[in-house]
Design a protein around this ligand. Sequence first.
Ligand SMILES: NC(=O)c1ccc[n+]([C@@H]2O[C@H](COP(=O)([O-])OP(=O)(O)OC[C@H]3O[C@@H](n4cnc5c(N)ncnc54)[C@H](O)[C@@H]3O)[C@@H](O)[C@H]2O)c1
Length: 254
Amino acid sequence: MGRLDGKVALITGGARGMGKSHARHFVAEGAKVVIGDLLDDKGKELAAELGADNCRYIHHDVTIEAEWAVAVAAAAEAFGTLNVLVNNAGILAHRKIADMTLAEFRRVIEVNLIGEWLGVKSVIEPMTKAGGGSIINISSVEGFTGAAGMSAYSASKFGIRGITRSAAQELGKLGIRVNSVHPGGIMTTMTATAFESFTGISDGEGFMRSLPIARFARSSEVSPLVVYLASDESSYCTGSEFVVDGGMLSGPGY
Ligand SMILES: NC(=O)c1ccc[n+]([C@@H]2O[C@H](COP(=O)([O-])OP(=O)(O)OC[C@H]3O[C@@H](n4cnc5c(N)ncnc54)[C@H](O)[C@@H]3O)[C@@H](O)[C@H]2O)c1
């Protein structure tokens, strides 16, 4: 018995990074998965690795409402239902407010915040039809704190907490649970490309040594939490915030 037997999940931004890891963990636990992304080659490669019986890839831009309808329909067509959404797609634009254009700010909000809101909105009907479901909104440690150059990203990730709590209130009676996950320090393409400009420190591993768990995490250290929230093991959790950050938010590393 897999922990996700009977679950059909849509994972946005699933072609690489944490989304890819979540897809692999979900399939290993018995779920059927549709991954959406803009990176078609990588998405198709992952779908082929996981096998057509378990996984399909669809080109899906989370900022476009009509593409949400297509992605949701694809899940139902391929696997009969949809009862898990992992709202994972996200972008990071590291720029101080004085230097950031309005268009750059809007793009981050569009992908990270409006994209997740559209996701919640789009799955209400299919999850209601399915008798319930679990929505996992990927926020960040930046949903609890700010940093220089992170105004747009942090605003989007704080906003996800508001969507999550409101949606949990609205959807609980329909059997739909909504929680947020707050990673920090996970080594992915996003982190690798942003870390130096984000911290001004070229030695990323050195910076991480000041944290309680003194290293970057692998994506595979976040996926078990997402599996838990997707599974019926978390049946009493909704409207809550789950941090996986090696202790980054626990306090300053004096
Ligand atoms: N890496 C970290 O330490 C960290 C920390 C906190 C939160 N996060 C969040 O975790 C999530 C995954 O990030 P990651 O670290 O794996 O980064 P990543 O850049 O490897 O993955 C993000 C994925 O989202 C996709 N994407 C971007 N814009 C999209 C759009 N409009 N529509 C559909 N897909 C789109 C990208 O193509 C990519 O595959 C993001 O929401 C990110 O903000 C990451």
